[in-house]
Design a protein around this ligand. Structure first.
Ligand code: ADP
Ligand code: MG
Length: 179
């Protein structure tokens, strides 16, 4: 049975956004508690998915606790003004954004990682031509959303050009600090 906030989240996110939790996002165990959300943003290939997977695998206890506390991590959202407006309109008063986890990585590294990923991912958009466009879309549409949250003091920036382990160490520090 979906809670009301769960149904709203589903409406806003649609089914295309990968959600960081193996537990159903939609089950709100404490229905009276407002969900607390962490948005995970960064360029294509910055390592959002990699780090999200790792958080789920290695912070299972934390994630279990977070799920009980109605805390959710959302990978790649909101990626543009349209997403943000949808979120604000639908979730206003229904959920709070704890912070934005921003994986900051320069474009060249992002492109190289995606090209490498493309060799085995089967993702048809992991080619140089698509990547040029995706980087432009990221810079034009997503980066301004990150900047907006930055102005609100809600961005936790991580240098995502480092190794997976080093980036994950930073992620853990942030979650430890933010609870
Ligand atoms: P995103 O979800 O942000 O698009 P992914 O997590 O899918 O990025 O990572 C893109 C590619 O880069 C994958 O092939 C992944 O294995 C690799 N990758 C991710 N993080 C790092 C890192 N810190 N250093 C080197 N390669 C990485
Ligand atoms: Mg991804």
């Amino acid at each position: 049975m979906l809670s009301r906030c769960g149904r709203r989240l589903l409406q806003v996110l649609g089914l295309s956004f990968p959600l960081l939790t193996r537990r159903p996002l939609i089950l709100c165990p404490h229905r009276l508690m407002k969900p607390l959300v962490v948005f995970v943003l960064g360029g294509p290939g910055a390592g959002k998915g990699t780090q999200c997977t790792r958080i789920v695998e290695e912070m299972d206890q934390t994630m279990a606790t977070n799920a009980q506390k109605n805390k959710f991590l959302i990978d790649g959202f909101p990626r543009n003004q349209d997403n943000l407006q949808g979120w604000n309109k639908t979730m206003d008063g229904e959920a709070d954004v704890a912070f934005v986890l921003f994986f900051d990585c320069n474009n060249e590294i992002c492109v190289e990682r995606c090209l490498e990923r493309g060799k085995s991912s089967g993702r048809s958009d992991d080619n140089r031509e698509s990547l040029e466009k995706r980087i432009q879309t990221y810079l034009q549409s997503t980066k301004p959303i990150i900047d907006l949250y930055e102005e609100m003091g809600k961005v936790k920036k991580i240098d995502a050009s480092k190794s997976v382990d080093e980036v994950f160490d930073e992620v853990v520090k942030i979650f430890d600090k933010e609870g």
